[in-house]
Ligand binder design. Structure first.
Ligand code: F6P
Length: 747
C-alpha cells in the first residue's frame, strides 16, 4: 500500500505535465497542419492551372466563352474545387462556375489570394483563393485563372488529426505510466532488498562482495552482532507474553479448581530438622523435586506430606505431626510421616532406589528386586495414602503425587476418595516396555499409577514409553489421539510437563553478591589464584549423573590441551545421597580415586585440577558457585529433566558462563543453546570443555541470554499451571458427566 502511494506521488505530476504539454502543443500542431495542407492545395492548383493554360489560351483566342465554361465545369468534377473563375480585368470574372457569386469581383479575388491565409468566406464556408496567371506562347499575360479550393476537408482533417494526436498522447501517457510503475516497483524492491541485505550484512559479507572487499567483513560482523544484541534486548525487554507467576498460579487454582486444597505427597521433605553439635539446624535437601515443588506450594498453600527423615524432625512437629513452613513465613503445612528403619530400608533403599531407580535409568546398574522390599513398599504407600485421606478437607481434593516412591498410592487414594483429582508426576525417565518388563510387579505398579487422573512425565518420549508399556502388560483401552488410557472404568490422561525452577525475583537478585565478589569468595575458599578458570559440576553423588565420565573428560582435556594445566580447576559439588547403598558407596569411592589420580598427574604450583566437595551445600552457597563459574557441566547418563542446568542459567544475570549439557538429560530438548554432548564420548566432552573455556564473551552472552529467556518463560509455575489447568478441565468434565448420569437415573 505504501509502495502504491509512493508511486502515485511520483506519477501524478508526470501525467499532469504530459497533459499540459499536449494541451499547449495541439494548436501549434494544428497551425502546422493547416500550413502543410494549404501548401498542398496551392501546389495542386498550380498543376491544375498549368494543365488548363493551353486550353484557356486557345479558347480565349477563339473568344469562345461557352467552351471555356464547359472546360471549367469539367474540371470542377474534382471535389476539392469549389469554384473556378477567369479574370481578365478588375471587374466580374469573364467566365466562372456556378458556385462563385456574380457579386464577387476579380479585384476582391486577387486581394484575397494575397492575404496570409488566402482565405475568403463564401456561403458554403471558408475557401482558399489561388490565382494563377495564364500566358500566351510569347509569355504575355492573358488572364488570371482563379481557383477556389474547398477548405472544409482541411478543417475536417485537422479535427481528425487533433483527435488522433490526443489518442496518441493518451496512449503514450499510459505506456509511460506503466513503465514508470514497473521501474519504480523494481527500484523499490531493489532498495528494500538492498537495505535488508545491508542490515543482515549480506551486502557486506556475501561471497562476491567479500571477495572484492574483505576489509568490510569485520565491520559486517560487528554490525550483525550489534543488531542481534539490540534485537535480544528488545525481546527481553518485552518479557514473556503471559508470564507464569505465583499469583497467576494461585488465581488459577481458585478459578479452575474452585479454590480447592492442594495436597502434595513426596518421599523427600522440603525442610529437614537435623540435630547438629550446636543444636537443631534446618536443612534444604539437594533435590530437584523439592526445588521445583516448594515454590508451587508456597504460592498455592495446602499440605505437603513427606517422610520425616531428619534426626530432629520429630521434635519439631505438633501433635498431628505437622509443622508450618518455611520458618518465619509459614505459607503451608508440612505433615511428616514416620518410617521404621526396616520400612525405610525396604521401601526407600530397597524397592525405590535399588529396584525402580536403576530400572528407569539406563545407567547400566543392575536393578535388584526383593519380595520383602516390595511388601514394605506397599505398606508405606498405603500409610501415605491414608495420610492423604486424613488430611483432605473435602471429598475432591487435588493431590499431587511425586515420583517413583509412590507408584501404588494413586489407586489407593482413588479407592477412598473416588472424586479426588490425582496428578502423579514421574520425575525420572520411563524405560521401554522390554526394560520395564523385568520388574516382577510390573502390573501392580502400572495399575497403581493408573489410579491417577493425570500422569505426567518430563518428555513426550517418556509418555510414549509408558503407553507402550501399558499396552504390553495390561488389559486397557488406549486412545492415542487424546493420549488417554481407560483402565477399570477410570480414565488417565498421559501428558508431558517439562519441570523447571522458579525464576529468581528482583528482591532475591538484589541480595546476590556480584559476580566479581562470588569469584573472589570461591577463589579464597579453594585457594585459587585470581583469574583462575572454574569448571563447575553440582549434583547429588549419584551414578546416573555422569560424574566419572566428567572426570575422564577433564583428564583428556589436560592431556590434549596442556595449556590449561594450572589454569583451570574442575570443582564438583557432590551432595551425599543414598550412602547406605553399596552401589553408591562403591561409586563414590571410585570417583574419589579418579580425582586423586588426575590431581597426581596434573597438579601445578600446588593447584589441583580437581576439587571434590562431597558435602551438603545450602542453596545460597551453590548460587555463589554458579555465579563464580566459567563453565557448568551437566553430563547425566540419563536424567528425567535435570534442574542444575536451569539454576546455573538463572544465576547468571551477567549473561556470562557456558553450559555443557548431556543429550541424555530431558533439559537438552529445551536448552539448545548449551554445548550438547554425549557424556559417554570422552573426547567429545573434552573438546566441549576446551571450546567452552575458549568461547568469546559475545558468544557466551548470546547463548546465555537465550537460555535465560527460555527458562524464565517455561518456569515451574507454568509446569504446575499446565497440570492444574488440565486437571480443572478434567474435573469439570467429570462433574458434567456425573450430573448427566444422575438425570438419566431419575428419568
Ligand atoms: O531425580 C529423582 C528424584 O526423586 C528427584 O526428584 C530428587 O531430586 C532426587 O531424586 C532426590 O533423591 P533422594 O530423595 O533419594 O535424595
Amino acid at each position: 500500500m505504501n509502495t502504491f502511494r509512493m508511486q502515485l506521488r511520483f506519477l501524478l505530476p508526470l501525467v499532469a505535465t504530459m497533459l499540459v504539454t499536449a494541451y499547449l502543443a495541439l494548436p501549434l500542431m494544428d497551425k502546422l497542419m493547416l500550413h502543410w495542407f494549404s501548401r498542398d492545395v496551392t501546389l495542386r492548383g498550380s498543376l491544375v492551372a498549368n494543365s488548363m493554360s493551353d486550353a484557356i489560351e486557345e479558347r480565349l483566342a477563339d473568344d469562345s466563352t461557352p467552351r471555356l465554361q464547359a472546360l471549367f465545369d469539367r474540371v470542377m468534377q474534382d471535389e476539392r474545387l469549389v469554384a473556378i473563375g477567369l479574370c481578365v480585368d478588375e471587374g466580374a470574372p469573364l467566365v466562372h462556375t456556378a458556385a462563385l457569386p456574380a457579386s464577387v469581383t476579380c479585384a476582391q479575388l486577387r486581394q484575397a489570394s494575397l492575404q496570409d491565409s488566402a482565405r475568403m468566406q463564401l456561403d458554403g464556408g471558408g475557401v482558399q483563393v489561388s490565382v494563377y496567371p495564364v500566358h500566351d506562347s510569347v509569355g504575355q499575360r492573358l488572364a488570371d485563372l482563379v481557383l477556389l479550393h474547398d477548405m472544409s476537408f482541411i478543417e475536417r482533417r485537422s479535427k481528425d488529426t487533433q483527435h488522433y494526436l490526443q489518442l496518441l498522447l493518451a496512449g503514450l501517457g499510459l505506456i509511460i505510466a506503466l513503465i514508470t510503475m514497473v521501474v519504480a516497483q523494481l527500484t523499490w524492491r531493489g532498495w528494500i532488498a538492498g537495505a535488508r541485505a545491508l542490515l543482515s550484512g549480506e551486502g557486506l559479507i556475501a561471497p562476491p562482495t567479500i571477495r572484492n572487499a574483505p576489509e568490510l567483513a569485520p565491520l559486517a560482523f560487528d554490525l550483525r552482532a550489534r543488531l542481534r544484541n539490540l534485537e535480544d534486548e528488545y525481546r527481553r525487554g518485552l518479557g514473556p507474553e503471559t508470564e507464569w507467576t505465583p499469583e497467576r498460579l494461585r488465581s488459577l487454582l481458585k478459578s479452575q479448581l474452585r479454590g480447592d486444597e492442594l495436597i502434595v505427597v513426596s518421599n523427600r521433605e522440603p525442610y529437614i530438622h537435623e540435630q547438629g553439635p550446636n543444636g537443631v539446624v534446618l536443612k534444604r535437601p539437594a533435590s530437584g523435586l523439592v526445588t521445583a515443588v516448594e515454590p508451587v506450594m508456597r504460592a498455592c498453600s495446602g499440605t505437603w506430606i513427606a517422610h520425616g527423615s531428619g534426626s530432629a524432625d520429630a521434635q519439631n512437629v505438633d501433635d498431628h505431626d505437622r509443622v508450618r513452613v518455611p520458618p518465619g513465613q509459614e505459607d503451608y503445612t508440612l505433615r511428616r510421616i514416620w518410617l521404621s528403619p526396616e520400612e525405610e530400608q525396604g521401601y526407600y533403599q530397597g524397592l525405590a532406589n535399588e529396584g525402580l531407580w536403576p530400572l528407569c535409568h539406563v545407567a547400566h546398574v543392575r536393578p535388584v528386586f526383593r519380595e520383602s522390599d516390595w511388601q514394605h513398599y506397599r505398606t508405606v504407600n498405603q500409610r501415605f495414602a491414608d495420610a492423604v485421606v486424613a488430611e483432605a478437607r473435602s471429598e475432591d481434593p487435588v493431590v499431587l503425587v511425586q515420583d517413583y516412591h509412590f507408584a501404588l498410592l494413586p489407586a489407593m487414594v482413588r479407592e477412598k476418595l473416588p472424586r479426588a483429582t490425582i496428578i502423579t508426576f514421574w520425575h525420572i525417565p520411563w524405560p521401554n516396555p522390554e526394560s520395564f518388563g523385568i520388574c516382577p510387579w510390573r502390573q501392580e505398579l502400572l495399575r497403581g499409577m493408573l489410579g491417577s487422573t493425570i500422569l505426567g512425565f518430563h518428555t513426550r518420549y517418556h509418555c510414549k514409553n509408558f503407553i507402550e508399556t501399558v499396552d504390553r502388560y495390561l488389559e486397557a483401552r488406549i486412545e492415542h489421539e487424546h493420549s488417554t488410557i481407560s483402565h477399570q472404568e477410570s480414565d488417565t490422561l498421559i501428558e508431558s510437563y517439562p519441570i523447571s525452577i522458579a525464576w529468581p525475583t528482583e528482591a532475591q537478585r538484589l541480595k546476590w553478591p556480584d559476580v566479581a565478589t562470588c569469584r573472589a569468595q570461591v577463589g579464597e575458599k579453594l585457594g585459587l589464584p585470581p583469574n583462575h578458570r572454574i569448571v563447575l559440576g553440582v549434583d547429588r553423588f549419584d551414578y546416573t549423573k555422569g560424574i566419572l565420565e566428567r572426570l575422564y573428560a577433564v583428564e583428556r582435556l589436560l592431556e590434549r590441551h596442556p595449556e590449561w594445566i594450572g589454569q583451570v580447576s574442575f570443582v564438583q559439588v557432590a551432595a551425599p545421597t543414598r550412602g547406605a547403598l553399596e552401589e553408591y558407596r562403591e561409586f563414590q569411592q571410585r570417583v574419589q580415586r579418579t580425582a586423586d589420580r588426575i590431581n597426581a598427574r596434573f597438579s601445578k604450583d600446588g593447584i589441583a585440577p580437581v576439587r571434590l566437595l562431597a558435602e551438603h551445600h545450602e542453596p545460597d552457597e551453590v548460587n555463589v558457585l554458579y555465579r563464580a563459574a566459567d563453565v557448568c557441566v551437566v553430563t547425566s547418563l540419563h536424567d528425567g529433566m535435570n534442574l542444575v542446568c536451569k539454576e546455573f542459567a538463572a544465576a547468571r544475570d551477567d549473561e556470562r558462563g557456558v553450559l555443557i549439557l548431556s543429550r541424555f538429560a530431558g533439559a537438552a530438548r529445551e536448552l539448545q543453546e548449551a554445548l550438547i554432548v554425549n557424556p559417554y564420548h570422552v573426547e567429545e566432552t573434552a573438546e566441549a570443555l576446551h571450546r567452552a573455556l575458549s568461547m568469546p564473551e559475545a558468544e557466551q552472552r548470546e547463548r546465555m541470554a537465550s537460555l535465560r529467556m527460555t527458562i524464565r518463560e517455561a518456569n515451574v509455575f507454568r509446569w504446575a499451571g499446565r497440570m492444574l489447568t488440565d486437571a480443572g478441565r478434567w474435573r469439570l468434565r467429570e462433574r458434567i458427566e456425573a450430573r448427566l448420569k444422575q438425570h438419566q437415573t431419575v428419568a
